[in-house]
Write a protein that binds this ligand. Structure first.
Ligand code: NAP
Length: 282
């Protein structure tokens, strides 16, 4: 019998995870199927119970359920618990165990072109859910300095306070951060600014950016935001959100199957989906 995998979210029709994971199941000849389910907030508990009763082998959780799902799981991994969000669930002999692969996925993608993170000075722009996963996962490495900049500075301060792994970070407004950009080796843009259809917007000006900086934007539609394009023009090395998306999926796939999948294959699959359904540039 085929193993059942799923993603729960609302909305969910746009999710690229089903095609990405089903392609991997076929490639590795695994008898499994991954289905998207649109689940409203008030039905999340029943949906999780239903997946457990059906013996689903694992599932992903996406917006808006990443935090709301915590009380409905049997166990939660330490990092996911500290982040307060789960994006991957594994059914271990009837027990639903929650993990967060978003932040670690970001780091794995980053390490493909910046292998030495030690002693780097990083600035995370944004203090939402994605920033939280990335900041906590980077802080856990305990080898680099990380500051935060956000429109609502108080949210950045709270995020720093909540993190059990570091207390040396500083919180800035976006304008303060723009004036200090030359201090950083690594910029990580995690806000939704610049995402299609608002692709002419960017969170802060880049005139102080150093030309040796590495600049990441976790948005993948457009593939290269205005922020990344400007950073590239200023001589920075840039990385888009495709890497994080693919690696968070690869880490989930590995937890479910024991196989660390072919990253290039996953990227090709997602790029094909993006080109078919969304308005992306190269
Ligand atoms: P979120 O929790 O809603 O956080 C949104 C962040 O954007 C906050 O820091 C918010 O600042 C800031 N923001 C929104 N509108 C703004 C504006 N007009 N001016 C200044 N700041 C603004 O969202 P999220 O879940 O973290 O997702 C953020 C982005 O990451 C989205 O584009 C999402 O698609 C992308 N993402 C990508 C991946 C991937 O795998 N590549 C994974 C997850 C998310 P305030 O705190 O001041 O409101």
């Amino acid at each position: 019998m085929k193993k059942l995998f799923a993603v729960l979210g609302d909305p969910i029709a746009h999710s690229m995870s089903p095609a990405m994971h089903n392609d991997l199941f076929a490639h590795y000849r695994l008898e499994a199927e991954y289905l998207p389910f649109q689940v409203q907030k008030e039905n999340l508990k029943d949906a999780v119970k239903g997946l457990k009763a059906l013996g689903a082998a694992g599932f992903n959780v996406t917006v808006p359920h990443k935090s709301a799902i915590l009380p409905f799981l049997d166990e939660i991994d330490e990092l996911a618990l500290s982040i307060g969000a789960v994006n991957t669930v594994v059914n271990r002999s009837g027990k639903l165990v929650g993990y967060n692969t978003d932040g670690l996925g970001f780091i794995k993608g980053l390490e493909t072109f910046l292998p030495q993170l030690a002693n780097k000075k990083a600035l995370v722009i944004g203090a939402g859910g994605a920033a939280r996963a990335i900041y906590f996962s980077l802080a856990q490495l305990d080898c680099l300095t990380i500051d935060l900049a956000n429109r609502t500075v108080q949210k950045a301060e709270e995020l720093i306070r909540d993190c059990p792994f570091t207390n040396a970070s500083r919180a800035f407004s976006l304008d303060e951060a723009a004036a200090k950009l030359g201090d950083y080796d690594l910029l990580i843009q995690t806000t939704s600014i610049g995402m299609h259809p608002n692709s002419t917007e960017q969170p802060l000006r880049l005139d102080r950016l150093g030309n040796k900086a590495v600049v990441c934007d976790i948005i993948y539609n457009p593939l290269y935001t205005q922020f990344l394009q400007q950073a590239k023009q200023r001589g920075a090395t840039v990385q888009n959100g495709l890497e994080m998306f693919v690696y968070q999926g690869a880490l989930a796939f590995e937890k479910w199957t024991g196989i660390f999948p072919d990253i290039q294959r996953m990227k090709t699959n997602v790029l094909q989906q993006l080109r078919r359904t969304l308005n992306v540039n190269r």
